[in-house]
Design a protein around this ligand. Structure first.
Ligand SMILES: Cc1cc2nc3c(=O)[nH]c(=O)nc-3n(C[C@H](O)[C@H](O)[C@H](O)COP(=O)(O)OP(=O)(O)OC[C@H]3O[C@@H](n4cnc5c(N)ncnc54)[C@H](O)[C@@H]3O)c2cc1C
Length: 302
């Protein structure tokens, strides 16, 4: 049961119980959220979080493109940002305020249209800005934190805190966000460039992606981080694992660091395949791969 310790203010967002999460993830797998909250905006989110019991488990979800949600789903509250924290606004000619639920592709398009250059790489990242900040998402030599000047985070009490980019330790696909804090918005500074060059660059980046990635099948993007000086895909391919399948989960034949859902895969099959790949790469190549995708939720107890 959802325990609200302070519900004196009315909730304006949408609260759903037992909401299936597979429809909110790019792998199209995963069980249900005990509670699923779509806030109407930041103030409403402050009210919702501030009203929760401190013991409530809280999980955030953007576009679900970097998560494997287990088949037993998530206990507690899932906060969904896409279409909820969706404001984007230019605050000067080269600076913009963007909320956590805005898709990365939207930021790429808007900045290019303003004649700014440096955020084009975001066009091919199928997530939200909140997810991108959490993962320090990047592609084609660009990383999201290269663009950030400050962020606003929210804590479990619903309090907002502004933090400068320099306060964070940022590295490959990671940032040291405090436990119990989440991103609600960021301010980005993007240098001036040329509108036409930016559009052409986005076109090229997207073409390169569909050439090299299985964009036609549900996946979670790159499953493993690239180890220092090497590529996870190269190591997996060298083990002869391209096309290897457990149930309907398959190591992509196009890109070995992707696991695709061929139709009807379960989260458990994907997790077993991840474990198998790790074990093979460790045994045959001597490298311990670390997952880039976040595995969350409860296993299904049969
Ligand atoms: C086909 C494909 C291609 C991809 N290509 C790339 C790529 O080139 N480069 C790259 O870096 N990634 C890539 N990804 C992975 C993914 O798109 C990125 O990591 C993206 O930034 C995740 O955003 P999201 O909104 O989907 O996050 P989610 O998957 O919803 O969440 C990811 C993690 O962030 C947490 N989270 C979400 N929102 C917030 C928030 N506001 N505050 C705090 N925590 C939050 C979640 O709890 C979870 O732990 C790809 C994925 C796919 C499916």
């Amino acid at each position: 049961m959802l325990t609200m310790v302070n519900n004196s203010n009315t909730m304006e967002g949408v609260l759903l119980g037992n909401e299936p999460l597979a429809r909110y993830t790019s792998w199209r797998v995963g069980g249900a959220a005990e509670y699923f909250y779509k806030p109407s905006g930041i103030a409403d989110l402050q009210n919702y979080l501030g009203g929760l019991a401190s013991s409530e488990n809280v999980v955030w979800l953007g576009l679900g493109s970097n998560v494997l949600i287990r088949d037993g789903g998530v206990r507690g509250s899932v906060i969904y940002t896409r279409g909820c924290l969706s404001r984007i606004k230019f605050t000067s000619s080269d600076e913009l305020y963007v909320e956590a639920g805005v898709p990365c592709a939207h930021v790429a398009k808007q900045t290019v249209e303003k004649g700014l250059t440096g955020a084009e790489f975001l066009a091919g990242i199928p997530g939200t800005m909140g997810g991108a900040l959490t993962m320090n998402a990047g592609a084609f030599n660009g990383e999201v934190w290269d663009l950030v000047t400050s962020v606003v985070v929210i804590n479990k009490n619903g309090e907002l805190i502004t933090r400068r980019a320099e306060e964070f330790e940022v590295a490959y696909r990671t940032v040291n966000l405090n436990e119990g804090e989440w991103f609600v918005s960021a301010t980005l500074k993007i240098p001036k460039g040329s509108d036409q060059q930016g559009k052409e660059r986005i076109r090229q980046l997207l073409a390169k992606r569909s050439e090299t990635q299985p964009t036609n099948l549900p996946s979670g993007g790159s499953v493993f981080k690239n180890p220092e000086g090497d590529y996870a895909a190269r190591l997996i391919e060298a083990c002869g694992l391209k096309g290897y399948q457990i149930g309907s989960a398959q190591v992509s034949e196009k890109h070995a660091n992707f696991i695709v859902n061929k139709g009807g895969a379960t989260a458990n099959q994907i997790e077993e395949l991840i474990a198998h790949v790790r074990c093979e790469v460790l045994g045959k190549q001597g490298v311990s791969l670390q997952t880039e995708v976040r595995i969350i939720g409860e296993a299904l107890i049969k």
